[in-house]
Design a protein around this ligand. Sequence first.
Ligand SMILES: [Zn+2]
Length: 303
Amino acid sequence: MLTSGLDILAIAAHRDDVEQTCGGTLLKMAGLGHRTGILDLTRGEMGTRGTAEDRAQEAAHAAKILRVSWREALDIPDGRVENTWENRLKLAGIIRQIRPRVVILPYWEGRHPDHYTASKLGYEACFLAGLAKLAISPQPSAVSSEGSDFRKVASVMSVEAREKQNIPSAAKARKMGDRGGMTESRALPGRGGVPESAGGAPAPHRPFKVIYATLYHDIRPTFVVDISEQFEARFESLMAYKSQFSDQEAGKDIFPARAEIRARIEAMARFYGMMAGVTYAEPFLQKEVGLVEDVTAIPVKSI
Ligand SMILES: [Zn+2]
């Protein structure tokens, strides 16, 4: 059901993480009529190949393929995602503005510190975003203070795509509020607006559900999403990061060629698909138990 903001927001440390771990699920959810979005915490400036600007263009292309309604990148330093109070507030401010019902986070263990830190940072930001007495006021001060993080929020959706979907970027929404006295609720998606607290900042909001994309870590998922029909598009969204994955000379020892990537991605999706008796799937974990109404309707065959 659509209310305001987005239905599902996937938060990840790096551009291309979502494409690898839960892109098929986002595409499938968009097909069901849900409004989806991606928030990348970093902009990829430490990548061996290409610049942050290259990566922004590639991310915008990937977002189109995955049919997400909104995509932005924060400016947390690549390779230095830290669970600080400042970063938690930064993220909580976005969550209040975007108001997702479901948040997808990376799993909380893993090889890359940015990934597991993004998980804890994301969870704690979701918690903080719902605290009624916590005023998150980077908005007004951020707009006026030169070089603030909010000012540097990097939008990757093309203006054209944004206008088509009538979704301004967080940065743009703030700018509009700054210049024209327009409140953020009016600047945000035309779906009844975003509730405001007394000061004009978005009201507290806590996502109903937090789920974890576990593909990067060897852990048994609690459920998988069948992405058999979305698999090809999801692979193409990953291939949109040409600077990372195309067959080229620079860094070829650490960057496998397209055919190799395809084989790996397919093997993983097949593996999780087989767990549930479908062709391709993406794995997730939820901390809560599953609630069942009708035991005759539980999917996935036992024997
Ligand atoms: Zn990553």
